[in-house]
Each structure stands twice: as C-alpha cells, then as structure tokens.
Ligand binder design. Structure first.
Ligand SMILES: N[C@@H](CCC(=O)N[C@@H](CS)C(=O)NCC(=O)O)C(=O)O
Length: 230
C-alpha cells in the first residue's frame, strides 16, 4: 500500500474529515500536526492555499481540499463509502456540497466576539438544522445518512456536529432537541470511534483553549479547570 501523510492543525474540522475517511478505510497513515502560527516551509511548498489538510502520498503527490481528498480515497481504497446507485450518489454529493454552509451556520456562535453577534449566530442554527432534518427524513431510518451504511456524508458532517456538541457543553441552547432525526444522527456519529482523532476530553480542552485564545464571547462561560490540589 502507498505511504500516506496527513498534515494537520490539531483542531481543524476539515482535517478531521479526511482523518475519518482514512480511519473508516483502515488506512495506515502518519498524522503530522503543525502549528497554524508557524507553518514550515516544506508545508507551504505543498499547500497551494497554505491550508490544512494536505494528504501527501508516497512523498510525491500532495492532495488538498478535504472533499477532494475524501473522494480520492473513496475511488482508490475499499470499502466504497459512496452509494452504488448514481442517483443516491448525486444526492450524497449534493449534501456534502452543503457542508461549508452548515459548518458556518452551526459553529458561528463560537466565533462571535460579543453578545449581539452570539445571539444572532445562535438564531441561525435552526435554519441549518432544519435543512438536514428534512434531508434525513427523506433518506430513511438511519442511524447514518444513508441508513445502515456509513458514507462520505457522515464523515463530512461529524466534525461539525462534534463542534456543536462542544459549544453546547459550554453554553447550552438546546437547539438540536427540536430535530429528532438530526439528534439521533449526531449521537450515532459522535459514538463512532472513527470520528475522533483524539480522546474526547483532550480534544474538548484543545477546542476550549482555541476559544479562550480567540477571546470569543462564549469563552467567558468556560468553567475554569479545578486546581489539582482541590
Ligand atoms: N475548504 C478547505 C478548508 C480548509 C481550511 O479552511 N483549513 C483551515 C484550518 S481548519 C486552514 O488551514 N486555515 C489556514 C488559513 O486560512 O490560512 C477544505 O475543505 O480542506
């Protein structure tokens, strides 16, 4: 098998999407985390937009854009995660096209810098949730997007449903409670081992550190960790 290197920032959801596909296909890969504020020259030379993820194959090919990486892996390594039926495949691709809109709708509250921005962002979340709820209803019974078979759609949404869950742990809004299909899908994805690149508690700490560093509005609701002596 080829040699795979996934270049990453530890908390990047787009990297997580590529890592999920690698794990679902049981592909051995080197996971190399670099610092966003100190991107090495070798990385800048292989990443046209200076962004992660980059999937480096056999030290010679560099693929970028998480969707392109996921599609490439699906075309080259079994099991096939895209549905065999062309209509279903088109439906799946249409919903992976919606991921960037869903991502910004669902995680914008983590970027808001003041209460007004936060409230506006929170008010937008049900719009994105409603779209997915209706899509899931059409797709059938779950637990995954296409039913029993795990797909690239699942790998694409899992990182953002995880971030929504982490934001809810800081300041609950209960938004997902009104969307039972989406909630069940999220629960199934968050319970699946391939979703996680790090132990959940460790990753939640990293995510919270990012919010604190950014001084997002929501960061003030993060409870201070207990002193070890307590
Ligand atoms: N559309 C890209 C998005 C990748 C992306 O935005 N990566 C972020 C980290 S999560 C990045 O590298 N940002 C660095 C920058 O914008 O300079 C994908 O799906 O791979």
């Amino acid at each position: 098998m080829a040699k795979y290197l996934l270049v990453s920032f530890k908390t990047c959801p787009w990297v997580q999407r590529a890592a999920i596909v690698l794990r679902e296909k049981k592909i051995d890969f080197e996971f190399r985390h670099i610092e966003p504020d100190n991107r090495p020259d070798w990385f800048l030379a292989i990443s046209p937009h200076k962004k992660v993820p980059v999937l480096r194959i056999d030290d010679s090919i560099s693929l970028f854009e998480s969707n392109a990486i996921a599609e490439y892996l699906d075309e080259t390594i079994r099991p096939r995660l895209h549905p065999a039926d062309p209509v279903q495949r088109a439906v799946n691709r249409a919903w992976t096209d919606y991921v960037p809109t869903f991502a910004s709708g669902v995680t914008a509250s983590g970027y808001a810098m003041n209460e007004e921005g936060y409230k506006k962002a929170v008010a937008e979340v049900p719009v994105a949730f409603d779209r997915l709820e209706k899509a899931l209803d059409k797709q059938g019974s779950g637990p995954y997007f296409n039913g029993a078979a795990y797909s690239l759609v699942d790998a694409a949404y899992a990182p953002f449903l995880l971030r929504y869950a982490m934001l809810e742990n800081i300041k609950p809004t209960g938004a997902i409670g009104k969307f039972p299909r989406l909630k069940a899908w999220s629960d199934a994805l968050l319970a699946r081992p391939s979703t996680h690149s790090f132990p959940r508690a460790e990753f939640e700490m990293l995510y919270r550190e990012g919010l604190l560093k950014r001084k997002s509005y929501i960061a003030q609701f993060i409870e201070a960790p207990r002193a070890a002596a307590e």
